[in-house]
Design a protein around this ligand. Structure first.
Ligand code: ATP
Ligand code: MG
Ligand code: MG
Length: 368
């Protein structure tokens, strides 16, 4: 839904802002929410970011915003302690006139307002080891600053990266086989089943607390990090998916997406694989921050987490294919199968390089 400027002005009227509203324009390249840049007149008042939240994906916006307020309050305290600027190095949620961290309009749409962080640089993708290092450092720093935050966040995406839950879904879909696709897929199903025990063994360590529950970001794309003009990490943004889980999910998912030399749905499997130079860059950047707080267990499973998250993605694509394509948007009948095969190729590439990955983790943990 597109909004007229007059409608947007009326929405902003429900928040307490400084200065006089000048203009509101669609902004950025986010795929999930509709984002607007809100400019105020003159230099003395700040600008803002207005978002129309995607309620198809996020069912509990009050829970989400409560999480974001807790996380940003903790980050701001840390930034202050370190002598930094809490309004540039952490997101600032602007409350509505009724004192809530969002405004709900008459149609039931949720709107949020943040301070706009100016004079920053962003990268669209991490194509070099140096960019990957910067991305890894951003995520590592974010996690480090939140490593001592107490209490769990509201679980706004139930089941997310939860392997026990995934296997329950998997078993149910296989038992049902609603569109009769299972019979053609014995090799692919075996890709999942032959690694099931290994994946559950890891997940049990998360369930038992051997691998701790911490604050995780869950959307570690490099365009969710703002860098300052010198190229230093300034602020991690897009906190919609902050959750309590293992920080290894953030690491593993970043490796899955940053290092793939092909596309997530590449029909040409010869293009797909994990680029070790990008792995090394990201891992060194990440551990330059994260080695200060990670436990021995977390360090031990760091490289494995890339395998875990990539495996989960293979499972989810294949499960959706068997289920008749209900979750991921498809542009052909076998799109989810093409995705399954491409992610599996990436999984094989990660498995083949696991020793080298572990060696890089070890080396980066001990560098002073
Ligand atoms: P995604 O597809 O990554 O989930 P999204 O729809 O959730 O995106 P955001 O990433 O939150 O949207 O915001 C979109 C863009 O707006 C960001 O990539 C960034 O460029 C810009 N942006 C968001 N918040 C701020 C902020 N507080 N200060 C400056 N720029 C911001
Ligand atoms: Mg984003
Ligand atoms: Mg987002």
């Amino acid at each position: 839904m597109r909004y007229e400027e007059s409608e947007l002005r009326a929405i902003i009227g429900n928040f307490i802002i400084e200065g006089e509203l000048a203009k509101i324009i669609l902004y950025g390249d986010g795929l999930i929410n509709q984002t607007y840049f809100v400019e105020t007149a003159g230099e003395s008042s700040p600008d803002y970011i207005l978002q129309n939240k995607n309620t198809n994906i996020f069912k509990d916006i009050p829970g989400m915003m409560n999480n974001i307020q807790r996380v940003t309050a903790h980050l701001k305290a840390k930034v202050k302690q370190a002598g930094g600027d809490p309004e540039r190095e952490a997101m600032t949620v602007i409350e509505s006139k009724s004192g809530e961290p969002f405004y709900k309009d008459e149609q039931g749409n949720f709107w949020t307002l943040y301070l706009f962080i100016s004079d920053t640089q962003t990268y669209e993708s991490a194509d070099t080891p140096e960019d990957a290092y910067a991305g890894g450092k951003g995520i590592g720093k974010f996690q480090r600053m939140l490593a001592d935050m107490e209490g769990e966040l509201t679980d706004i995406l139930p089941g997310f990266h939860n392997m026990r839950y995934r296997f329950q879904q998997w078993d149910a879909v296989l038992a049902k086989d609603p569109v009769g696709r299972k019979k053609e897929l014995s090799a692919e199903i075996n890709w999942i089943e032959s690694r099931r025990a290994e994946m559950m063994d890891f997940w049990k360590l998360v369930e038992s607390g051997e691998i701790p529950i911490r604050v995780t970001h869950n959307d570690t794309k490099i365009n969710n990090i703002l860098f300052d003009q010198k190229g230093e990490v300034l602020c991690v943004i897009d906190l919609d998916t902050v959750l309590s889980s293992t920080v290894l999910n953030d690491f593993g998912d970043a490796i899955r997406s940053y290092t793939n030399t092909g596309l997530e749905d590449d029909p040409d499997l010869s293009k797909v694989g994990m680029d070790m130079r990008i792995f090394e860059g990201f891992t060194k950047g990440y551990l330059s921050e994260a080695r200060a707080f990670l436990t021995e267990s977390e360090k031990h499973y760091l490289a494995f987490s890339a395998k875990f998250i990539t495996y989960e993605q293979v499972l989810r694509f294949l499960m959706d294919y068997i289920d008749g394509d209900n979750y991921y948007r498809v542009n052909s009948e076998d799109h989810n199968l093409v995705r399954t095969r491409a992610q599996y190729q990436l999984l094989l590439s990660i498995e083949a390089q696991m020793d080298a990955m572990n060696a890089i983790v070890k080396e980066s943990c001990s560098t002073i």
